[in-house]
Design a protein around this ligand. Structure first.
Ligand code: 7PJ
Length: 270
């Protein structure tokens, strides 16, 4: 069993492949399986360590899809990528994860941190998959309606520590788990930036930290557009380097080549 920190050395880039009609920042671009496969192959060539394939949008305001619809979207993509590109499955559903792992996925990216589907922990525990546990306050449909924290970094660290214990108690070895503070998931612009500034408090939990900052709306909003629903590449790269500097390991991004280049420079500085 290769520990996650050896399989994904710092920094590793995870390319985002959404197979959804309504995703956060590339909605529709990869909705066809062929386009998604081509995107994933290109991302691997550009230096992605893994691609995160998702069939359900979790952008602010979105509702859910059925397991059947989610599988209909992702299965052909997973089949085509099997044995060619390392794959992560972005799902909250046990049934989707089980099928994805059977089709060669090696990581389960669960934005509910095992709070969504009661069967998911067992699916991961009975496989040899890696697992990402992400923080979210509320649920996608309503999470941006006035999120509240006393101490944003402290509360998120405590949450992730509890979910890590839960996953380990459910039989997922700690060395297979990474943690994600969930930028943009029930957080204001100010809360997201405080969390990024204090990312070391999440890293201090002792597990590799995955960050998803790429194209997030807080980046567009800090640049002066109060209605922004996405952020530019330039801002995404700056945010990734700031996260790297504070100890982040895996970077979930849409623009793989540019992030690999920026993070190579950041890593050379040390
Ligand atoms: C994240 C994610 C993130 C993890 C999304 C988008 C919004 N999974 N899924 N972390 N964001 N682990 O693609 O920008 O930040 S959906």
């Amino acid at each position: 069993m290769v520990p996650l920190e050896e399989r994904f050395p710092r920094p590793s880039v995870m390319g985002v492949v959404n197979v959804t009609p309504d995703s956060f920042s590339d909605g529709g671009v990869n909705f066809g399986a062929e386009d998604a496969v081509a995107t994933a192959l290109r991302m691997a060539e550009e230096g992605a360590a893994i691609v995160d394939v998702g069939g359900e949008s979790t952008r602010p305001g979105s509702g859910g899809v059925s397991p059947d619809e989610e599988l209909r979207r992702v299965e052909p993509v997973l089949e085509a990528l099997q044995g060619r590109v390392p794959v992560s499955i972005d799902t909250t559903k046990a049934e989707v994860a089980r099928r994805a792992l059977a089709l060669g996925a090696e990581l389960v990216n669960d934005v509910t941190a095992l709070r969504g589907d009661p069967g998911l922990a067992e699916v991961v525990a009975s496989s040899d998959a890696y697992l990402c546990l992400m923080h979210m306050q509320g649920e996608p449909r309503t999470m941006q309606q006035d999120p509240q924290y006393g101490d944003v970094a402290g509360e998120i660290a405590a949450f992730l520590e509890e979910r890590l214990s839960f996953a380990v108690a459910a039989g997922v070895p700690e060395e297979r788990i990474c943690l994600d503070p969930g930028f943009g998931f029930g957080k204001t612009v100010e809360q997201n930036f405080e969390l990024l500034a204090r990312l070391r408090e999440i890293v201090a939990l002792g597990r590799p930290v995955l960050v998803g900052l790429s194209r997030k709306r807080s980046l567009g909003r800090i640049l002066g557009d109060p209605e922004a629903t996405t952020g530019p590449l330039s801002a995404s790269l700056a945010a990734a380097v700031e996260a790297y500097e504070r100890g982040a390991t895996i970077f979930r991004v849409h623009d793989v080549r540019e992030h690999v280049e920026a993070l190579t420079v950041a890593a050379a500085v040390g």
